[in-house]
Design a protein around this ligand. Structure first.
Ligand SMILES: [Zn+2]
Length: 171
């Protein structure tokens, strides 16, 4: 870390201490050039990434929007709220584990489709038909075939052009 006094890039750590139950690390640093001392604090940065849409717009990750669009796909399907919540938790954990500050919205869509496929095939097809913005009946039939022909693993589809309907994070 650069010295705040003289700008020398080669400061040295003189002392390292954990406080606040190990959630913050405090470091005393010394600049070998001007011999001044300063302190830095290091904490875990565990925040949901921003969502980047295909048009380049960024937005905050919103739990309610994610859960809401999955709930819509699961409407009147025999899936419990607990199972839905668990699926949302898994998606959020996966997004956090990426350790990125920004994640493309297609990535979120992919994760949602994967979870819905496990939860309920009808909900999966509902979501996929809106999200992928099927151009024709053949594409729709293809997804139905894919759902029936388990456990074959399919490659994720090309991400769709965003429309107001399939945009998970429209504001
Ligand atoms: Zn210095």
């Amino acid at each position: 870390m650069k010295c705040p006094f003289c700008g020398d890039p080669n400061t040295q750590v003189a002392d390292t201490r954990e406080n606040e139950g190990g959630e913050v690390v405090r470091r005393r640093r010394r600049c070998p050039k001007c011999d001044k001392r300063f302190t830095t604090y290091e904490r875990i940065d565990l925040k949901m990434p921003h969502i980047v849409k295909r048009n380049g717009n960024r937005s905050e990750f919103e739990h309610d929007k994610l859960a809401g669009s999955m709930k819509l796909a699961l409407r009147k399907r025999p899936v419990t709220l607990e199972a839905l919540d668990a699926a949302v938790d898994r998606i959020e954990a996966k997004l956090l584990a990426l350790g990125e500050q920004e994640v493309p919205s297609e990535k979120v869509g992919e994760l949602v489709m994967r979870e819905l496929k496990k939860l309920d095939k009808v909900a999966y097809i509902r979501f996929a038909s809106v999200y992928r913005n099927f151009a024709d009946v053949d594409e729709f039939a293809e997804v139905i075939r894919e759902v029936k022909a388990r456990p074959k693993r399919s490659r994720p589809a090309e991400p769709p052009e965003p429309t107001s309907e399939n945009d998970l994070f429209r504001s």
